[in-house]
Design a protein around this ligand. Structure first.
Ligand code: NAD
Ligand code: UFG
Length: 338
């Protein structure tokens, strides 16, 4: 029987949805998570949805001894690597914590994979590696120019993985550059569970709709976009994780290093998101326009044709579904997993 997939960060927002997608497509899953930004209840919800609990190890990707033990105790065949810190603003305040956790942590993971002779990894990169793009849509050949320590960890790790793959042509690496993940599992049982005030638009809007926050602050309406507010490529988390499952399959037959944008290919403004969420929830979303947020770009959306052509993957869930699923999760779990 084929070996299991190690999912690092499998209790997190995207990792937990990936566990469900992997289990539903017949994979055995082992989760490694230190729960620094997640809750064990997420694992219980995976079991609730799938009827099977992933083997779960509480621990850190920087713990080499633990990784060696894990690889010898479990028949792991490949790794989906989500574990990492992801808050852009926090990374500016605490760069060393980000380089230590994300970069050093991934180096330790790769060293342990080497020792265990594992050769296949799917890595969570981000559209943030493109920085402020010269034009949209953004394809995979655009220059990389991250603007935060968080973004630099992603670019550095792309380079590390590129060099690691070059050593041995049987190694397999997928670098998946996510645009803006949003939405939740349609069951309403699994979703994004930010600690403290959300940094990201969709969870913030959801908390306004449910009455947990009184209004949204729209960061600027003087961008050179149709309504003046920032435009992003929001992708349903279920489409995103489907992209991971097909990328993992692709690696089976295509050794080498493969980079894919995972986005929908179209942009949505802040005000369009507010409108869509109000429609999905039937609630008012009060907002006020405030100054631009430092470091924000005007617009960003993907040219996702490479993933379509090579992986036969496309995002097919629309904005309404993204908002409906987020709303179901938010209403049913106003305090998240806690
Ligand atoms: P998340 O914080 O919900 O999940 C990350 C998980 O990793 C958490 O469960 C956390 O406890 C765990 N973790 C962190 N450091 C760890 C360590 N050293 N050892 C073990 N576990 C550790 O974040 P997410 O939104 O699910 O993001 C997953 C990945 O996707 C991250 O690498 C993130 O940078 C990347 N990404 C996210 C977005 C986004 O907007 N959510 C966009 C682009 C890329
Ligand atoms: N926005 C608001 N008010 C808020 C939050 C966001 O107006 O309270 C606006 C932003 O200005 C931006 C849009 O909503 O125009 C989206 O903002 P998010 O913070 O949701 O997303 P970003 O595109 O800024 O950042 C996301 C991830 C980063 C990643 C980046 C690039 O959070 O980790 O995409 O991929 F680096």
């Amino acid at each position: 029987m084929a070996g299991a997939v190690l999912v690092t960060g499998g209790a997190g927002y995207i990792g937990s949805h990936a566990c469900v997608a992997l289990i539903e497509s017949g994979h055995e899953v082992v989760v490694l998570d230190n729960f620094c930004n997640s809750h064990p209840e997420a694992i219980r919800r995976i079991e609730e949805i799938c009827g099977v609990a992933p083997v779960t190890i509480q621990g850190d990707i920087r713990d080499r001894a633990l990784l060696d033990e894990l690889f010898s105790a479990h028949n792991i065949e490949s790794v989906m690597h989500f574990a990492g810190l992801k808050a852009v603003g926090e990374s500016v305040e605490m760069p060393l914590a980000y380089y230590e956790n994300n970069v050093a942590g991934t180096l330790t993971l790769l060293q342990a994979m080497d020792s265990a002779a594992l050769s296949s990894i799917v890595f969570s990169s981000s559209a943030t590696v493109y920085g402020d793009p010269a034009s949209v849509p953004i394809n995979e050949h655009f220059p990389l120019a991250p603007t935060s320590p968080y973004g630099w960890t992603k670019q550095m790790l792309e380079q590390v993985l590129t060099d690691w793959q070059r050593v041995d042509d049987t190694r397999r690496v997928a670098l998946l550059r996510y645009f803006n993940p949003a939405g939740a599992h349609p069951s309403g049982r699994m979703g994004e569970d930010p600690q403290g005030p959300p940094n990201n638009l969709v969870p913030f809007v959801a908390q306004v709709a449910v009455g947990k926050r009184d209004k949204l602050r729209v960061f600027g309406d003087d961008y050179p976009t149709p309504d003046g507010t920032g435009v992003r490529d929001y992708i349903h988390v279920l489409d995103l994780v489907d992209g991971h499952v097909v990328a993992l399959d692709y690696l089976q037959t295509h050794p080498g290093l493969h980079t894919f944008n995972l986005g929908t290919g179209s942009g949505v403004s802040v005000l369009e998101m507010v409108q869509a969420f109000a429609a999905a929830s039937g609630r008012d979303i009060p907002y006020e326009v405030v100054d631009r947020r430092a470091g924000d770009i005007a617009e960003c959306w993907a040219d996702a044709s490479r993933a379509r052509d090579l992986l036969n993957w496309e995002a097919n869930r629309d904005l309404a579904q993204m908002c409906e699923d987020t709303w179901r999760w938010q209403q049913g779990n106003p305090g998240g997993y806690r």
